[in-house]
Design a protein around this ligand. Sequence first.
Ligand code: ZN
Length: 313
Amino acid sequence: MTGRGARVARRWAAMAAGAVVCGWLSTLTPATSTMAARTAERHAANTVAAGKPGPGAEVKPTSTPEPEPTPKPPPDCRKVKCVALTFDDGPMGSTARLLDMLAAHQVKATFFLVGRNVEQYPELVRREAAEGHELANHSYSHADLGRSSTAKVTSELERTQRAIRRAAGVTPVLMRPPYGSTDKQVAAVTRRLELAQVLWTLDPLDWRFRDSGRVERKVVGGTRQGHIVLMHDIHSTTVDAVPLIIKRLAEKGYVFVTVSELYGKPLTPGKKYIEREPEPLQKQENPGPQQNQEKPEKPDKPDKPEEPEEPEE
Ligand SMILES: [Zn+2]
């Protein structure tokens, strides 16, 4: 082999080795890695590829130091496709398994807590707060607030605020009326207690159909940008559906945020929120030839907030 031929052969060997390293790195990519994680991996791959190994050098990926667990700033939901997963009626025993799943996928959710369950499982509430989820008020006894006296509405909400504060040291700023049952009186009380009313956009009826496959299909098929998805962590069939929901929505480019993160600003006490409406300015922008196919649109089925939840067991 001539000197030139040997040089070419060595260059080819080095390129092949680089490809092996890049391939090895790509196998580390988890299926549902976040965009940030993917960027970090791409960066790592570039770093390795840039340090070209000389001829004959042993190709070994430089041991990348463990990334610092810096708290990520919340995503800007004006720019990325956000969805808020919310879980009602807990905590219950099944909540622990859900928290494991959310932690494994680094997904943040919002929990609308029933006060008496908070008193029964304070350690789960503490864990929800410690792991970055948003805690919210869902009344003390899952009461129909729209049909209750002012005194009852006030006591249901205040008792729950106290229970959550005792358990986790945080004071919720959001509430969700059980059964979506609200009226002017509930609006007035929540305004006074500095709680915004959060309803929902998408209800997969997980409390009625205890079928994980159905829950997953309804949520994945119905979710659009800015939606608030209603689920119940007290049903193990719902908890079972969560890993696939996260995987499929992440594949569609969705980012999971808490309800407060979805709006990106403090919500107005007393006011009702159902979804994050697209920014009016974005509608004016020239659509261009390739419009985003995931533009918010009406879900295939009207999921009315008035839909009653399952009666108390
Ligand atoms: Zn409920």
